[in-house]
Every structure is written in structure tokens, then in C-alpha cells.
Design a binder for this molecule. Sequence first.
Ligand code: CUA
Length: 357
Amino acid sequence: MDQDAVKRTLGEPRSAYRRALSAATLAGFVIATAAAGADRTVQTPSIFGPASTPAYAIRELALIVFGITGVIFLVVAGLTVYALMRFRRRRGDDGREPPQVYGSLQIELAWTVVPILIVVVLFLVTARYIFAIEWRPQSPQALEVTIVGHQWWWEIRYPKLGIVTANELHVPMSDPAHPTPTFLTLQSADVIHSFWVPQLAGKMDVIPNKTNRIWIDPQKPGGYVGQCAEYCGLQHAGMLLIVTVHSKEDFAKWAAEQQAPARADAEVRAGRELFSSLSCINCHAIRGTTANGVFGPDLTHLMSRWTIGAGVIQNTPENIRAWIDDPASLKPGALMPAMKLSPGDLDKVTAYLVSLR
Ligand code: CUA
């Protein structure tokens, strides 16, 4: 799928993405889902719009649980309303307390045993779905991706393809007839995060010193938004991610572009030399240069990404310049320090970074 198709699916990606995410972050997923009814161009992060097998299973389970709890609600609320109407105070009441019933073995057994059975059924059904999702063996056709949670961004590595990127996961579509799922290995560099793309799979915690796994097999090309789902510090809400699902050919094209070495355009040489002389290279990597830091996002193909700061602002030259000048002005608490460059140097480094397509 070409970039235009992604844009069509997502609407105008940056604004639509931010609109959906800020709505989701501020008002909760329910309201974002309601808003989507009016504007179908945005795929809001709703568990009721699944696009991948684990998400379909979770919706199925949610509907079963809603069904059972809905019946309980109707019975309890119905009996309550009936009692309120039927036994309400009437003119001519003698004011005495009605007869009280204590110690009825049948009633007490009923309201103990029936709820226990309901809980057991809910437990067994849930366990069945969890194991069906978790025990799926990794097929040889599966794409392997390692995702590392950082305060506050996602590092995304394709070990077999030699690709490293950030905050924007690209995967091939999985045709149910010839599944090509993506198996994600989740690790954390610092604190506990949680990886959650509601339309593709359930939540999975991302825990330091522990490796968790999750898989997705999106069946429709398009963009799917996600969010860190475990409070991880000041910018927990600024830890967004977007999954772009490509057709097989388009994924191969994307991968080839990402595998290409970083551009070394002659006209931005001054910026490139300045960049390598600054402390930028201690935290950021640009493949094929002396920059090989691992604390911050890999910048080899920086301009192929839609946002900077893990979804907090659009990836534009102006925003990159403002970010280098003072990241905290755009993302308070961001761990990258203000670089304190002169305006001229800022322009040079920006021109270099913007050339990294
Ligand atoms: Cu990472 Cu919340």
C-alpha cells in the first residue's frame, strides 16, 4: 500500500491521528468510538473494531461477558424497580414494619451458589480465550519484531531485517489463507509500560528484565493507533504508537527503504559534521555514521515517520528545529536535554536531520 492509501485510510494522518488520540486520551475510548460514527475516516482505537485474530477473540469474549452481566443487570434492576413500585408507601398504611425473614437456607444457598457458578463460568470462558491466544505457536512465516519501551517512546527493531525505527510499527497484512502474523517481543529499558493497540490485540505489559510476547495478524491494510497502557511517568500519555499494515509488496518496499543506508547529501555536510561533533551521537544512532547511541530513537530514516516525540507533534522541519532547541517545550519531561545551539547551528543540524528520509 502506498503512502496515499495510508492517508486515505487514516484521513489526514497527523491531524486525524492526533484528534483520535487526544480524544481517546482525554475522554476515554468510548467517546472516541462515538465520534468515529460521524467520521469513518479515522479508525479509532476501539476494541469493538477488531482487525486481527486476538482482537476478534477479545471482542467475542467481551460480548459474552456483556451478555451474561447484562442479564444479571436486567434481573437485579428489574426486581429492584418492581419492589420499589409494588411495595412503596401507600396512603392508609398502618406504619408497622412488614414481616422480616431471617435464616432461610434456600434463599441463602441460592444467592451464594448462583453467583459462584456465574463467576466460575466467566473465569473458564476467559481462561479459554487467554490460552487460545497465548499458546499459538510461532509459524516460520512470521515476522519477528522486538519492541522496547522507553520513557517515553517505543523502540522498534526488526532483527532479521536489520531495521531500527521508533513509534511507528510497520507490518505486512496477514491473509487468513496464507497467514503471515507478526510476533512481537516486548522488553523495557526502564520502567513498566504496556503495549496496547486495541484493534489488533490485547494489552501486554512491558516489564524490565522480563521478555513478554504478543502476536498480531492484521487482515486489512490501514493504520491502527495504540497507546502505552501502564502509567510510566510524566509523559505516559505522550507514548503513542501507530501500526501501519501494508500489503506484502508495500511492506517489502518499506523494508527496502528502511534498510538503505542513511543519506549523506552534500548540501547538508555542515549540519552532518556539526551533528557528529555534538553529544547527539551519544544517544542517537544514524546508521553508517559515528552516531551509534541507543538511549534515544534511531534517526537513520527520521523523515519517514509521521510524528516526533512518540506522537506528540507532527514531524515537520519547524517542529524538529523546535524540538532540538528545547524538547521540553513540546513534551514536558522528555529526557532529551535542550541542546543550547546558536540559531545558525540549529538551522544546520535541522537541515541535516530533515535530509534523512
Ligand atoms: Cu509507557 Cu505508560
